[in-house]
Design a protein around this ligand. Structure first.
Ligand code: PGA
Length: 234
């Protein structure tokens, strides 16, 4: 039986103190009533929170397996570019990088070429990528450059992100099926308003390997409830 992958995307929320508190709180919740979810949970957080979370994870004997990820990376491996965070700076701290989130494509004009360049930079440095797409054109651009891409594709319909309502799970499943027809070895996650109430509709779908959780990951209790549901199923 497949065990769904769970990813938390904190976006641009939580300072280091709040990040540490989140981890301590979810650990306490899980100690009182273990969620029975033993897979890695991918925690994609702001750059500034990564070192403190790494340290705190070492100290906590927690029962939940968190693996850290970042949410973006600079285009170049290393270059004098004021304000950027390079792959060289981050690669000893995280395993995963989210790339091409629709908020970056829309608000920071990230093009398909830029996303592809970032995939290459991550691959050259041994980091796993979680590439966000919201349509087939974005997928095609990845396939053109990386015909045997095999990390994660995170399918996020723009209208579902932050809306409180997931896309019709049948439609998302069809999309995941199409993605897998083109990229046989990739894992497909769904993102967009996933919470503890609706996660059951998505994770049971045949072609969907897991979910990315934005808003509902910010509160340790609501994120734990998602883990709890998935743990109960597996
Ligand atoms: P949301 O965000 O769960 O708040 O809709 C998901 C995402 O954009 O990754």
């Amino acid at each position: 039986m497949k065990i769904p992958i769970i990813l938390a995307n904190w976006k641009s929320f939580k300072n280091p103190d709040e990040a540490k508190k989140w981890l301590e709180d979810i650990t306490i919740i899980n100690k009182l009533k273990p969620a029975n979810y033993h897979e890695n949970i991918i925690l994609c957080v702001p750059f500034i929170d990564i070192p403190v979370l790494k340290e705190t994870l070492k100290q906590l004997s927690q029962g939940l397996n968190f693996v850290l990820g970042a949410q973006n990376i600079s285009l170049e491996e290393e270059k004098p570019e004021t304000g950027e965070t390079t792959v060289k700076m981050i690669k000893d701290y995280v395993f995963y990088i989210i790339l091409g989130h629709s908020e970056r494509r829309t608000n920071f004009n990230e093009t398909e070429e830029m996303v592809n360049k970032k995939i290459k930079t991550c691959q050259d440095n041994g980091l796993k990528t979680i590439v966000c797409i919201s349509n087939m054109q974005q997928l095609k651009s990845i396939i053109r450059e990386f015909p045997s891409y095999k990390d994660f594709i995170l399918y996020e319909p723009i209208s579902a992100i932050g809306s409180g309502k997931i896309e019709d799970a049948k439609v998302s499943n069809e999309m995941a099926k199409k993605i897998k027809q083109d990229l046989k070895n990739t894992k497909v996650l769904y993102g967009g308003s996933v919470n503890a109430e609706n996660v059951k509709n998505i994770v049971n779908k045949e072609f969907i390997d897991g979910v990315a959780v934005g808003g509902a990951s910010l509160n340790p209790q609501s994120f734990w409830e998602i883990l709890e549901y998935v743990g109960r199923k597996s």
